[in-house]
Design a protein around this ligand. Structure first.
Ligand SMILES: Nc1ncnc2c1ncn2[C@@H]1O[C@H](COP(=O)(O)OP(=O)(O)OP(=O)(O)O)[C@@H](O)[C@H]1O
Length: 292
């Protein structure tokens, strides 16, 4: 703990607090997630430990980087990369104050980077299961680098479709999550679709006052049409509907999204940026997107 100086509070989660810290070893700002073990059930403690195990496995430019973790009797702490521009939700809120809609190239840039992160974890058989604008962070000098964070609900799949426990942000639940069915990689694809809807309409998809009505909208409602959809090419809106197909077997997988002609240029551009920035360490765990 002596290696860190707390600078301020960034947010609060169900079991702890997220603080901005100065990391004296790394000599830079970092984020410290503190989870209070005392207030947690054994099951929740196991989940929290699993988050550390999963974060340790990941090394991708569009995923919040894990630095360190340690624990004492009361709590444990995860030290990770700080995303200086905050959450995607903050970004969309700011955009809605200054302009009528978010430019298509900005939306597709965010979508492509998010999908690259998801493609990477899916190849490692990891399902995030809580992809939403509060868990997508922005960084880089212009705030244009997307980082997927909060792996607190993620799971490692041991067979094709798995896992009983579903906990996720209500409007972003997939139909299969609503029905309590086993999670599958395609549940993350539904959530990418929800994020795309949010970027286009600046509204959370399937929103209703109560949880029951939200679930009913997800499993049998019609996706609300927004006038803002007119600002986007019809192919982008078609992709949105493909991602939000209630039948998970019909949803495209992450690799297929990345090869979509609208997304591919952004993927290639990101690969060029990483190459130019000389992140050779990437090649250890991450193979650049290949057109399979
Ligand atoms: N790496 C980061 N960089 C910048 N801000 C962050 C980072 N991680 C988290 N935050 C901020 O802290 C908030 C809470 O983070 P997070 O969702 O990871 O906490 P949590 O304890 O897992 O919450 P929950 O219990 O709701 O899942 C985020 O919405 C964001 O505002």
């Amino acid at each position: 703990m002596d290696s860190y100086n707390i600078v301020g509070v960034l947010g609060r989660g169900a079991f702890g607090v997220i603080e901005l810290v100065r990391d004296f070893n790394l000599k830079k700002l970092a984020v410290m997630k503190t989870v209070h073990i005392k207030s947690m059930s054994t099951e929740n403690v196991k989940e929290a430990i699993k988050e550390i195990q999963i974060l340790q496995m990941l090394n991708h430019p569009n995923i919040i980087r894990y630095y360190n973790s340690f624990q004492n009797e009361q709590s444990f702490h995860i030290i990770m990369e700080y995303a200086i521009h905050g959450t995607l939700e903050n970004f969309v809120n700011k955009c809605s104050l200054t302009s009528n809609y978010i430019a298509q190239n900005c939306v597709l840039n965010i979508l492509s980077q998010l999908t690259m992160a998801v493609d990477y974890i899916h190849k490692m058989k990891i399902i995030h299961s809580d992809i939403n604008p509060m868990n997508i962070l922005l960084t880089g000098s212009q705030g244009t680098v997307v980082k997927l964070g909060d792996f607190g609900s993620s799971h490692i799949l041991t067979s094709d479709k798995i896992i009983g426990e579903n906990c996720c942000t209500p409007c972003y639940m997939s139909p299969e999550q609503c029905f309590g069915k086993p999670l599958r990689l395609k549940s993350d694809i539904w959530q990418i679709g929800c994020v795309l809807y949010y970027l286009i309409t600046e509204k959370h998809p399937f929103y209703a006052e109560s949880l029951a009505d939200t679930i009913s909208n997800i499993v049998e409602g019609v996706l609300s049409v927004s006038e803002k959809m007119n600002f986007y090419d019809s192919d982008v809106i078609r992709l949105l509907h493909e991602l939000l197909n209630r039948d998970p077997t019909v949803r495209p997988n992450a690799s297929a999204i990345l090869s979509n002609p609208y997304i591919l240029p952004y993927v290639l551009n990101s690969n060029c940026q990483w190459f130019k920035s000389g992140r050779k360490s990437l090649t250890k765990n991450y193979q650049m997107f290949s057109l399979t």
